[in-house]
Design a protein around this ligand. Structure first.
Ligand SMILES: NC(=O)c1ccc[n+]([C@@H]2O[C@H](COP(=O)([O-])OP(=O)(O)OC[C@H]3O[C@@H](n4cnc5c(N)ncnc54)[C@H](OP(=O)(O)O)[C@@H]3O)[C@@H](O)[C@H]2O)c1
Length: 453
């Protein structure tokens, strides 16, 4: 197991909000190596003590559920190193120590290539890992270029491209449930399933993230990575193992089978929109274009929907609706499988028609429900909805705890492979280009509503 984790960009939001709490959770469950060392590398002129205080503050805010001893142990295992990516001596100083090291690039995406080259110049010890955050590239070309650079510098086995959705227990449960249940297995195809909706609707608005979000938008921030990964888990052929080769081969097959968008498809099967001012819960929110740091002329969307079709024997004829938005009236994060109606039943009109069966996988909060139809207990045989639901145990580790454990143990099953990252960009590229040519209008919706009408 790797004993040293060096975080480039160690003074950033991701480090405070997710990586430190993930490490504390690993410590609390005794899964950190005994001689674990954490190096926070940043541009500030800080010493170890200043960095430890900063880390302790974040842990106190973001890891309240974790034992105080485990939090302190992470802080005590920390040192700070000033980082200047243009100065090889500073990069080498960050890496100094015995044995392999895991280097986490928690940097703005534009800096990834500079950091990879700097690591190559400094020379990584054998069996070291490099972790690259999302978004992996800004488009297909830049993702290819970054892959080429990584391939020149290191073995694919030692590159970990993060998509933290894959480490969420609720996301893994989608795959677990569909692959292990006899009642679902024969139905998991287009003969029985009309549509699968993959939804990540947030009530959160921009929350001060214009610097990142206004150049990216909903399609690149959510659909290109997280929602396409969910599509892979929902639609993949059963892998023969959960090992890194089998799982990722099956996922790439799904992405390769997505029917490419022609211009007419972009116009008819995609939507984009941004929020107007409104009220979300108890809060008044400004219109997206009036948020601090937003340039309205960028035309950035805060809502995106794409309907995909797969060229495959199993799925031809099923719609896959991927949808995400910000500043919506309620949080709705789920995968909804809508089954086709039965061809006929004796409770025909004038009695009600049967509602479609829905299988819902709650992603946040967790949960699982199956909506069926039955006949009620009234005098007349009328059709009534019946819902079966199950709750899940809270996760043992937060998603970033699981990612860091995999990085330190060299398990890359949940890492996005290079070809997979490129295929995901291939899927969305015609949509990005079509939107840039205004094939689809940029609609508007009220903050706090259900999205564009
Ligand atoms: N935060 C999240 O919720 C989140 C979620 C998923 C993925 N991510 C990804 O995680 C990465 C980091 O995000 P973040 O939110 O932590 O960003 P951030 O708060 O802006 O932090 C970025 C870090 O990188 C450092 N940095 C910037 N330019 C640098 C350079 N040229 N050389 C050396 N260090 C440099 C910054 O140092 P200074 O403080 O000196 O500027 C800071 O420590 C990004 O790729 C982001 O897309 C973030």
């Amino acid at each position: 197991m790797i004993e040293r984790l060096v975080v480039f960009g160690g003074t950033g939001d991701l480090m405070g909000r997710y990586l430190l709490p993930g490490l504390a959770a690993l410590g609390a469950s005794e899964r950190l190596p005994e001689r674990f060392e954490l190096v926070g590398a940043g541009r500030h002129d800080w010493d170890d003590e200043q960095f430890r205080n900063w880390a302790a503050d974040w842990l106190e805010r973001e890891a309240t559920d974790i034992d105080a001893g485990a939090r302190t142990a992470v802080v005590d295992a920390t040192r700070y190193q000033r980082l200047d990516l243009a100065d090889p001596a500073s990069v080498s100083a960050c890496l100094a120590g015995q044995g392999p090291v895991a280097v986490y690039l928690s940097l703005p995406p534009a800096v990834f290539p500079i950091a990879v080259s700097a690591l190559h110049q400094a020379g990584l010890p054998p069996d070291s890992q490099v972790v690259v955050e999302k978004p992996f590239g800004e488009d297909l070309e830049s993702a290819r270029a970054l892959n080429r650079l990584l391939a020149e510098e290191m073995d694919e086995r030692h590159v970990f491209r993060v998509d933290h959705f894959l480490a969420m227990t609720t996301v893994r449960n989608v795959l677990g449930t569909r692959l292990t249940n006899r009642v679902l297995e024969p139905l998991w195809n287009s003969t029985h399933i009309e549509e699968i909706e993959i939804v990540w609707d947030e009530s959160l608005a921009l929350e001060g993230r214009a610097g990142y979000y206004d150049r990216v938008g909903a399609l690149k921030d959510m659909v290109q990575n997280h929602l396409l990964q969910l599509l892979c888990l929902v639609a993949m052929e059963p892998p023969s193992s959960l090992g890194e080769r089998d799982l990722r081969d099956r996922k790439v097959e799904v992405l390769r089978s997505v029917r490419p968008f022609e211009d007419a498809d972009v116009a008819s099967r995609t939507r984009r929109a941004r929020y107007r001012a409104g009220r979300v819960g108890e809060r008044d929110i400004p219109a997206y274009v009036d948020e601090d740091g937003v340039t309205p002329e960028h035309g950035t969307e805060t809502f995106a929907e794409v309907v995909l079709e797969l060229n495959s024997r199993r799925w031809s004829g099923t719609r896959f609706r991927l949808r995400t938005g910000k500043a919506l009236g309620r949080d709705r994060m789920e995968v909804v499988v809508r089954f086709r109606p039965v061809p006929d039943h004796p409770f025909a009109p004038p009695l009600q028609t049967a509602a479609p069966n829905l299988l819902r996988f709650g992603l946040e909060p967790e949960g699982l429900s199956l909506e069926l139809t039955g006949t009620g207990s009234g005098a007349k045989a009328s059709l009534v909805p019946l819902t079966l639901s199950a709750e899940m145990e809270p996760p043992e580790l937060p998603a970033y705890g699981r990612i860091l454990l995999d990085v330190l143990t060299g398990n890359s099953a949940l890492s996005i492979r290079g070809d997979e990252a490129e295929e995901a960009w291939r899927v969305v590229t015609p949509v990005i280009e079509g939107w840039a040519r205004d094939l689809v209008p940029l609609e508007e919706y009220d903050g706090g509503s259900n999205g564009p009408v």
